[in-house]
Design a binder for this molecule. Structure first.
Ligand SMILES: [Zn+2]
Length: 91
């Protein structure tokens, strides 16, 4: 599986799953050097957009099945954006 470089030691120590789940609220530790990394702070603005979107989906008068599907789609989109576009920064 593809691995991503730690911004501290440069080793390919970040798994694609860890990259997908990057969250500005939590710092992750490199399994090689033990230093902390995370997404850039501007992703907190993107998180607000996700939160607003979830709010509208969950309060809309859709069937529960449709709501679940939309939430899963947004989550997949979120993970894909993290993997493809969000860089890993030193924390
Ligand atoms: Zn490292």
């Amino acid at each position: 599986m593809k691995m991503y470089k730690c911004p501290h030691c440069g080793k390919d120590s970040i798994s694609i799953i860890k990259k997908a789940m990057l969250d500005v609220r939590y710092k992750s530790k490199c399994s090689n050097c033990g230093e902390k990394y995370g997404p850039p702070s501007y992703t907190s603005l993107i998180d607000i957009l996700y939160a607003i979107t979830y709010y509208f989906v969950l309060t809309a008068s859709f069937e529960i099945l449709i709501k679940t599907m939309i939430v899963i789609l947004i989550l997949l989109m979120h993970f894909t954006i993290n993997i493809l576009f969000i860089p890993v920064m030193k924390k």
